[in-house]
Design a protein around this ligand. Structure first.
Ligand SMILES: Cc1cc2nc3c(=O)[nH]c(=O)nc-3n(C[C@H](O)[C@H](O)[C@H](O)COP(=O)(O)O)c2cc1C
Length: 327
């Protein structure tokens, strides 16, 4: 039987998988596998790729796959396809994350517009301009998170801001040796390494003005070519939260993350993350324990206007992450 007109041809499948693989992932582990065919795309987790030493290991895989899933949706919308999305669970397939089935022509225009920023988005661990993110842009980012069933909680009240900053610093200081060694191995193994020196950004200059919100992913390594820098003293911080906690919520949070990061990129705003307190079960509890909020924290974001644009971080070759089926 011939395929309908809206079926995906091979170049379209290749383009969608390439876009999906450019999504952010924990330590650039890219813990996903894509199955593409004329009828759509499936996203599966590949947890062998991801860090295992943290309390957030499983969650981070689903968050990463959720970010890839939103990118699949945006890429298909850009190809003017309407889709149906079904997210886990799938009986008998514990690594299944989601299936995106093409149902006809006519892509979601908002998702299609966000696709434009997929290639420009970067995690930016360089200093930002010491300038606030405009309230109107923050409202758009909150709207993007809500669209995907998550909440972007701005840390705009000073006591709460300082409380979360303290938790970030505490987490960095208390990090287990095994966790740090595992991360160092993952960062430095491979050619190119998962997070090259240009993507690590400079070592924050600890001169009393540093907020501690910019994560130094490689504090134990003296890397040639890596300088130091003073960072903006009062970065814009926000916590991405979900009402429930578990694989489906993590996938939703991952989609919300990528949606809001693409929206931010379109407005000239970059982000990096300070997830260290979320990688420890007790500290994560404290991030969420503020009186007014009962959401489950999934990501801690630092946002601002970038001064420097890092190169795109490397990705696994497509043949490692893509399986094609004819059906
Ligand atoms: C679940 C998750 C957790 C992350 N945690 C951090 C973090 O704590 N600090 C950080 O600097 N980057 C963090 N990142 C960003 C990744 O390191 C980044 O996406 C990856 O290196 C690929 O680079 P890119 O985003 O520039 O494409 C995280 C990303 C995800 C999806």
């Amino acid at each position: 039987m011939p395929y309908p007109d809206h079926a995906l041809d091979v170049p379209e499948q290749t383009a969608v998988a390439a876009a999906a693989a450019s999504a952010p992932s924990v330590l650039n582990s890219q813990p996903w596998l894509f199955t593409t065919g004329p009828q759509g795309v499936e996203v599966h987790a590949d947890p062998r790729r991801a860090p295992t030493a943290t309390a957030s290991a499983q969650r981070d895989v689903y968050l990463s796959c959720g970010a890839a899933l939103f990118t699949v949706r945006a890429a298909l919308a850009r190809l003017d396809r309407a889709v149906r999305v079904s997210v886990l669970p799938e009986a008998g397939d514990p690594l299944f994350v989601a299936r995106v089935t093409v149902t006809g022509d006519g892509g979601d225009p908002e998702a299609a517009a966000l696709y434009r920023w997929v290639g420009d988005r970067r995690t930016n661990r360089y200093p930002f301009r010491p300038e606030p993110v405009p309230a109107g842009v923050l409202a758009l980012l909150s709207g993007a998170a809500e669209h995907e069933g998550a909440t972007l909680r701005r840390l705009d009240a000073e006591p709460e801001y300082q409380r979360v900053l303290t938790l970030i610093r505490r987490a960095s200081l208390a990090e287990d040796d095994a966790v740090r060694e595992d991360r160092t191995d993952r960062l430095t193994t491979g050619v190119p390494p998962a997070v090259p020196v240009e993507n690590l950004g400079p070592v924050p200059r600890r001169d009393g003005t540093d907020s501690g919100a910019v994560r130094d992913l490689a504090p134990d390594l003296a890397l040639p070519g890596r300088g130091t820098a003073a960072f903006e003293p009062h970065p814009e911080l926000a916590v991405l939260e979900t009402a429930e906690d578990g694989p489906a919520s993590w996938v939703a949070a991952g989609q919300a993350l990528q949606r809001l990061l693409l929206e931010a990129t379109g407005h000239g705003i970059a982000a990096s993350f300070a997830n260290q307190p979320l990688e420890d079960a007790e500290l994560r509890e404290e991030v969420s324990s503020s009186a007014a909020h009962f959401g489950h924290p999934q990501m801690v974001l630092r946002m601002g206007y970038p001064l420097t644009r890092p190169p795109a971080a490397p990705r696994r070759p497509q043949h490692e992450v893509l399986r094609r089926v004819g059906r």
